[in-house]
Design a protein around this ligand. Sequence first.
Ligand code: HAM
Length: 427
Amino acid sequence: MDETAQQKVTGFAAPKGVPEYYPSESAGFEHVRNTLIAAADRAGYGLLELPVFEETGLYARGVGESTDVVSKEMYTFSDRGERSVTLRPEGTAGVVRAVIEHGLDRGGLPVKLRYAGPFFRYERPQAGRYRQLQQVGVEAIGVDDPALDAEVIAIADEGFRALGLTGYRLEITSLGDAECRPAYRERLQEFLAGLPLDEATRGRAQLNPLRVLDDKRPEVRALLEGAPLLVDHLSTASSEHHAAVKQHLDDLGVAYAENPRMVRGLDYYTKTTFEFVHDGLGSQSGIGGGGRYDGLMETLGGQALSGVGFGLGVDRTLLACRAEGLAPWSEARCEVFGVPLGDAAKRRLVVLAAQLRRAGVRVDIAYGGRGLKGAMKAADRSGAQFALVLGERDLEAGTIGLKDLASGEQQAVALDDAVEAVLAALA
Ligand code: HAM
């Protein structure tokens, strides 16, 4: 069936590669996102609510023209004023733009910011790889201190641990600095020039030789066996920085493995670079990544200040929780479910529900004049712990039935004391 024919039969569908989270699954999504945000919040990162689209040039300049993200994956369009705008493919460039624009770097440093929300990349959709992906990110800008790199990494680790995840690894490396990178690049290019590589790979070696190290083809991997590695050619400053980051991670008890061949898809990284990899996710195993960026502030027109941050993938972290059989969240929509039998009972229960909500209890009611059986089914489906059952006779007696939905036990409580009775039952 072609797309238009299918549309006629089924109506509209969400865009390809865009995951939607609806009850009850969305409870897991929200829990993962909030747990990751809370870990950043505990370390003093303030919320930055970023625009979802920006001037296209910001990403071309900030992320790098030669990256796949910029050259192949951006959702770019002209708005009605004929400005080229792009749906944000990542958060770091936007954060740095905001810091410069609002002069946030004129106060105390580092500026510590967090953000969360959807990002957009026109990738080939598959399990765990989406065109609209959700991240929780942090950036700490203005202080080049290895302890800050370790803090950022430890926050991510805390977030994953708070979810109960255990099947992930942290890989780190150093991508050096402006002093050692150019010489290393030349050395690597020389090495690559001596290999029998195909034309496309040779082209890549000219443009971005570091990325060739990430080639997944076994025959190319074999050729790259003896390639020079940047970690062996670091400047003294980068080497000391890297050693200090690892020392802090050891002090913190955060386990890591060095991966000197790590290649990130964004061009701004210098010095510390890291990725969290989960073993239960197949090929899309990166649940988070980040690193330090020395030159980005200047590239985007700000002061020469270094920054460090991460982006954690909420969708993939949720998949990782599922892969580990973890569901530390409640899928219950409410705690108490009201079952009114008759119109007078409904009027009274609508008011009682409002009173309970005001007291902080999550309450829903059976609407639409359902009978006892249907309403009790709805109560069970809602995930509530208790049902409040009110019939005409209860009303006359001034009582209401408080039913424990797990045990099936029901007691009559005075209607006027129902709020207190429910609070006591839930406590
Ligand atoms: P990134 O590695 O491109 O880094 O993305 C961070 C995380 O977002 C990935 O580890 C992954 O979990 C998730 N992610 C990325 N693309 C997709 C996709 N297509 N589908 C599902 N999940 C995806 C950044 O974006 C940097 N801005 C991170 C950073 C912040 N570096 C420094 N500060």
